[in-house]
Design a protein around this ligand. Structure first.
Ligand code: C2E
Ligand code: MG
Ligand code: MG
Ligand code: MG
Length: 283
């Protein structure tokens, strides 16, 4: 949530802001304890190609709150980013993801499974030791870089274009691929697509919801896909909820999908069971 600031940086009193500030503080406090109390979990959402095979998964953080139940990151990532807590949380997400992936690799992954996609916050990516720590972990867990995709957002690139693209280039030399997340929603510039070493473009859910052939949204999606094709980027559509949305996307040339139509995000065990079903079909 963006704070409303006056011209000279003063915040004006507003009872609603007051309560949201209190709520914010509670979340911030809760987040400190959540790491210690091991209340975070990684969930996984399949990414599926046209024939239904799972080609990857996105790692999505969940806060298993003792009273409130499962809390979506939508309600705490922004706060954690602003308080700086995201750095430690993000490091935890990376460690857990690597551990999980190493285990699945040992147990067996279907041939169709290409990558695990991990969301990286701007503050996390901009830490001076991010690349060094990341590469050390890759070696420690014996994970081939090709199995990892990092999702970054357009807004991250806004102020740090040079530094971000340099870091991306170093990581890409180790096989890591990069996806631009929520494409089309940020302060986007098509220029980023040309100058950044990206591999994947994720079309934001807002373009996918209620997508129908010949609609204005379809025209936008068509342009995004054509641009991505020309630049050699793979397209993934996010938030695919209905058959009609999927069919329209297919018609527009999109070949990879993520959304409730296929599967909701789920804990590691049921996710691996889904992967095993894929392996059984192919065996
Ligand atoms: P995102 O990276 O764009 O992730 C996709 C979000 O869309 C997820 O929300 C997912 O549950 C949701 N989603 C997937 N398919 C559908 C669908 O068909 N319909 C609808 N309505 N929603 C769908 P989630 O898990 O609540 O995460 C929200 C955001 O929080 C993510 O958006 C991402 O930006 C951030 N996030 C999640 N995990 C992490 C993490 O480990 N680190 C960082 N830095 N950010 C994270
Ligand atoms: Mg994402
Ligand atoms: Mg996204
Ligand atoms: Mg999104």
């Amino acid at each position: 949530r963006v704070k409303a600031m006056g011209k000279n940086g003063f915040q004006f009193y507003d009872p609603e802001m007051q309560s949201s500030a209190q709520e914010r503080l509670l979340i911030e406090k809760g987040l400190y304890q959540a790491l210690d109390k091991k209340e975070f979990q990684l969930w996984f959402q399949p990414q599926v190609q046209a024939d239904g095979a799972i080609v990857g998964a996105e790692v999505l953080l969940r806060w298993m709150h003792p009273e409130k139940g499962v809390i979506s990151p939508a309600s705490f990532i922004q706060i954690a980013e602003e308080s700086g807590q995201i750095v430690e949380m993000g490091q935890w997400v990376l460690t857990e993801s690597f551990e999980q992936l190493a285990q699945w690799k040992a147990q067996g992954l279907p041939a169709s499974f290409k990558r695990l996609a991990i969301n990286i916050s701007p503050l996390q990516f901009m830490q001076v030791d991010f690349v060094g720590r990341f590469l050390t972990m890759l070696t420690d867990y014996k994970i081939p870089g090709e199995l990892i995709e990092l999702e970054i957002t357009e807004n991250m690139l806004l102020n740090n274009f040079e530094i971000a693209s340099n870091k991306m280039r170093i990581l890409k030399q180790r096989g890591i691929s990069f996806a631009i997340d929520d494409f089309g929603t940020g302060y986007s510039s098509l220029r980023y697509l040309r100058y950044l070493p990206l591999d994947i473009l994720k079309i934001d859910r807002s373009f996918v919801t209620n997508l129908r052939p010949s609609s204005e949204e379809a025209a936008i999606v068509e342009v995004i896909i054509a641009t991505a094709d020309r630049l050699g980027l793979t397209v993934i559509a996010e938030g695919v909820e209905t058959e009609e949305e999927r069919d329209t996307l297919l018609e527009l040339g999109c070949l990879c999908f993520q959304g409730f139509f296929y599967a909701r995000p789920m804990p590691a065990t049921p996710f691996y069971e889904r992967l095993q079903q894929d392996m059984d079909i192919m065996a």
